[in-house]
Every structure is written in structure tokens, then in C-alpha cells.
Design a protein around this ligand. Structure first.
Ligand code: NAP
Length: 313
């Protein structure tokens, strides 16, 4: 018989009210959360202890970090809700770059520090790279998101100077029926209005939400994980394949392509999120022993989209 796993160390989560943070906190007994709105955080995660923190304003309260062993830092202005005006881009950057700087300043001021910082980043780090296979050793790319990710990661890496193990999680497209990219695609697809976006040749590096949580927990526990880790599944697909597969799983035709110029007209610069090509592989996760639950897109989408009552557990 296998021994029961030891209790996970006490964790603190920022961005805990978001799509990913809510699901992560549900897996962390006795978590502490930091939120701009602690009442909202308590409503979304009643078992967690919530403290107020506005990432751009200054360091978090030291009391929140007492007895914490692992910090998961996810906070950041959402990318996919509203056009990227100059003000929105400033919020996207400041919430991440200043927010992470302030978090690290708070960690620096502690007498007893957490051992590990697991800090969010995104595959946007690599920029638009066509068919090139990308792993954690690949160079950073160009463009707004690539520059934000590089600056965000630099701020997180500063915690290495405090003796902490720092992991920078370059997340791909997280598939969850509760929000994010998949939820946005579902509306038009269910109406039979789905289709490939732009050329359809761009690579999309997807990950099932359960594996995203699995990789974060793995990164927090596994001492050999340090520096960047790609949180993507092992089989990225083209946008055309994603479109065909989603159409098949939903049993809806997906024959209405949206040309690149229409995407740019509708979304402005934000169209970068769906037209950029990133063929990213999870080299560090696999090398350090993470075993994926979901490797095939069709099976992953099927588990996510089947009625809740039909899911085991
Ligand atoms: N979902 C994906 O597919 C994906 C892909 C790549 C990278 N990521 C990154 O992973 C992290 C978590 O993603 P998510 O999808 O869970 O994000 P989300 O749902 O947008 O939630 C982000 C959280 O950050 C806080 N926040 C929002 N705007 C902020 C601002 N202007 N200043 C400071 N804090 C702000 C909010 O927490 P409070 O209101 O409680 O303070 C919010 O709940 C983000 O940094 C995101 O960029 C996500």
C-alpha cells in the first residue's frame, strides 16, 4: 500500500479570485490569499484566510506571510476582456511588473521567508515564432506581451537573491469551461458560428486546467524545478486543428473562418492573443517527473465539456 502524501506546506496565493487562482486554492488546505477585495476572496474561497493587498500600491502585509512556506503569485490585469488601449496596456504591465516588485520587497522585509516563490508568466514570453519548437531554453521574443513577460519574470527572479527557490510558470492556453479562451470560443461554436482564426496555421499551446494545477503543485514541491517551466501540454495543435476538434466534440460544424483583418478590426492589438504562433513544449515538467493527465486535445475537451454530473468524483 502507498503511504499517504504528507500535508502540503502552508501556501499563500495572489490572484486567488481569478479563473486559475480559485481552482488552485481549492487544492490547498489552510491557504492564505491576498486580494484587492478580501470579501470577494472569502466568498470564492471560504476556507482560506484573506488579507487586503493592491499589488501596484506597495508590499503586502507581513502578517499574511507569517508561517507561509510557498507563495503562488498569479495576480495581474486580465488580458482578454476589452481592447488594449494605452491605459489598459499600462495596467497589464504595472499590475505584473510593479506588483511583483512590491511582493518581492515584502518578502525581503521578512525575518523568516517562505522557501519557494512560484510566479506566473505566460508563453507570450516567446513572441510569435511560427513552427519553431520552443522550450524553456528558447530565447525571449519581441512584442508587447513578450516584453511584459520578460520584465515580470525579472522581478520574480529578484527573490533568488533572498535565498528563495523561484519558479516562473510560462502558462499556455488553459482549457477550463469556467472561463478564459475556451469559454469565449464556446458561444459562437454552439451557435454553429465557429471557425479557424486568421490563417489557422498558428500553433496553440493548450493545457487542461487539472494539469495546470498539477504543474504548479509539482513546481512547489520538487526542489529540482527552478527558473522557467512551461505549463503547456505535450501536444500543441494548430488553430485549424483546435477548431476542427472543438467542432467535433460539440457536434457543431466549424466552417466559418474569421480572417486576420476582421480579428484586428474587432479586437485591435488584443488579436495578438489568438493569431500569435507558439509551439511550446513542457521540457522541464517532463524532465523533472511530472506526468500529464491529459495529452490529447479531443479527450481533454470531452472531459471538460461533458455535463458535470457525468464526471467521476
Ligand atoms: N488563464 C490563462 O489561460 C492564462 C494563460 C497565460 C497566463 N496566465 C496568467 O496566469 C495568471 C492567472 O490567470 P487567470 O486566468 O486566473 O487570471 P484572472 O482570472 O484574470 O485573475 C487574475 C487575478 O488578478 C487580480 N487582478 C486583476 N486585475 C488586477 C490589477 N489591475 N491589478 C492587480 N491585480 C489584479 C484579481 O485578483 P483580486 O481582484 O482578488 O485582487 C484577479 O482575480 C495571470 O497573471 C495570467 O496572466 C493565464
Amino acid at each position: 500500500m502507498q503511504a499517504a502524501p504528507p500535508n502540503p506546506p502552508r501556501a499563500l496565493v495572489t490572484g486567488a479570485t481569478g479563473l486559475l487562482g480559485r481552482r488552485l486554492v481549492a487544492r490547498l488546505p489552510d491557504a492564505v490569499v491576498l486580494s484587492r477585495d478580501p470579501a470577494k476572496a472569502t466568498a470564492s474561497s471560504p476556507s482560506a484566510k484573506a488579507y487586503a493587498w493592491s499589488p501596484e500600491a506597495g508590499p503586502p502585509p507581513a502578517a499574511a506571510l507569517a508561517e507561509v512556506e510557498v507563495v503562488f503569485h498569479l495576480a495581474g490585469e486580465p488580458l482578454g476582456d476589452g481592447r488594449w488601449t494605452a491605459e489598459k496596456k499600462q495596467r497589464i504591465r504595472d499590475s505584473r511588473v510593479l506588483g511583483t516588485r512590491n511582493l518581492v520587497a515584502g518578502l525581503a522585509g521578512l525575518e523568516r521567508r517562505p522557501r519557494v516563490l512560484v510566479s506566473a508568466s505566460a508563453v507570450g514570453y516567446y513572441g510569435d515564432r511560427g513552427d519553431e519548437e520552443l522550450d524553456e531554453d528558447s530565447a525571449a521574443g519581441c512584442g508587447f506581451l513578450a516584453e511584459v513577460c520578460a520584465a515580470w519574470e525579472r522581478e520574480a527572479s529578484a527573490a533568488e537573491g533572498l535565498g528563495m527557490r523561484v519558479v516562473r510558470v510560462r502558462t499556455g492556453i488553459v482549457l477550463s469551461p469556467e472561463g478564459g479562451a475556451l469559454a469565449k470560443l464556446l458561444g459562437p461554436f454552439r451557435l454553429g458560428l465557429g471557425g479557424k482564426l486568421g490563417s489557422g496555421g498558428q500553433w496553440m499551446s493548450w493545457i487542461h486546467i487539472d494539469d495546470w494545477i498539477g504543474i504548479l503543485l509539482h513546481a512547489s514541491r520538487e526542489a529540482t524545478v527552478l527558473g522557467p517551466i512551461n505549463a503547456v501540454g505535450p501536444r500543441p495543435v494548430s488553430n485549424a486543428e483546435l477548431t476542427r476538434t472543438l467542432g467535433r466534440v460539440l457536434r457543431r460544424p466549424a466552417r466559418l473562418p474569421i480572417p486576420g483583418f476582421a480579428l484586428r478590426a474587432a479586437l485591435g492589438e488584443m488579436s495578438e492573443l489568438v493569431t500569435t504562433s507558439q509551439r511550446v513544449l513542457p521540457k522541464v515538467a517532463q524532465r523533472t517527473g511530472y506526468e500529464f493527465e491529459h495529452t490529447e486535445l479531443e479527450a481533454a475537451l470531452t472531459t471538460l465539456l461533458e455535463p458535470r454530473g457525468a464526471r467521476p468524483g
